[in-house]
Design a binder for this molecule. Structure first.
Ligand SMILES: Cc1ncc(C[n+]2csc(CCO)c2C)c(N)n1
Length: 230
């Protein structure tokens, strides 16, 4: 685990971006997420139906709070262009694929509307919801960004390993949602915001962002572990 302060690290790093420092500081958890066996099972088409069912039901709870966190980014971004980018993304995810994907996938997995409405967070989900609530209520743009960036960038990490697409649309579309030029550009934007804002923070501000980023990466690993077990 990299515990080196940003200034020391950036003086000798080949890619001295603030977001690269955050990612390096999150090892070995970062690689545990992007190389997770459950992600691999989605990619190679072997993820069991029962597990996808539980994973997506928990992710529906996650997505509610994620949407709220995007709203906080709209409210707290420090520039007008940045605010518009968050607003555009929020509008797209609310309107388009994400919502329709969940409906179709949960239907295909035989999840009834009653089961959807009564789903309760498992411990890993509850911890993630708490982190998102904390970032949202802090109204602290760097902390909000750190959580958003982990959620998107780590998913791009595993989805980039895609080979032959699985035949089952539940798996195939889930991979497609986290890959492709638009999604890459969005992750690039989030990293760019951290790269712009992080170096300007005082030391304790940078350490706080690093702690939030690490916590989010740890929770992504726990979330996949939850999906993979049982
Ligand atoms: C636990 C968990 N972590 C990350 C994602 C990825 N993700 C969440 S919202 C969103 C934006 C829509 O493209 C993406 C990519 C997830 N679904 N579940």
């Amino acid at each position: 685990m990299n515990a080196v302060p940003f200034d020391t690290w950036s003086a000798q790093a080949p890619d001295p971006r603030f977001s690269a420092w955050l990612r390096e500081s999150s090892e070995p958890d970062w690689s545990a997420v992007t190389g997770h066996p459950f992600a691999t099972a989605i990619l190679d088409g072997t993820a069991a139906r029962e597990r996808m069912r539980r994973y997506l039901l928990q992710d529906l709870l996650f997505l509610d709070r994620w949407t709220a966190l995007l709203g906080a980014a709209v409210a707290c971004a420090d520039t007008f262009p940045g605010r518009l980018t968050f607003a555009r993304f929020l509008g797209q995810t609310a309107a388009e694929e994400e919502a329709s994907y969940f409906d179709r996938a949960l239907d295909a997995l035989g999840v009834t509307p009653g089961e959807r409405a009564s789903a309760r967070p498992e411990p890993a989900t509850a911890d993630f919801l708490a982190l998102m609530d904390q970032a949202r209520s802090s109204q602290d743009y760097p902390s909000i960004l750190a959580v958003l960036c982990v959620v998107e960038w780590s998913y791009l990490g595993w989805a980039s390993r895609a080979g032959e697409p699985p035949a089952d649309f539940v798996l195939r579309e889930w991979i497609d949602l986290h890959e492709g030029p638009d999604f890459r550009a969005w992750v690039g934007f989030l990293r760019g915001e951290l790269d712009r804002i992080g170096p300007a923070l005082p030391d304790e501000g940078r350490e706080h962002v690093r702690a939030v980023f690490r916590r989010a990466v740890r929770l992504e690993a726990d979330f996949f572990d939850m999906a993979a077990e049982g």
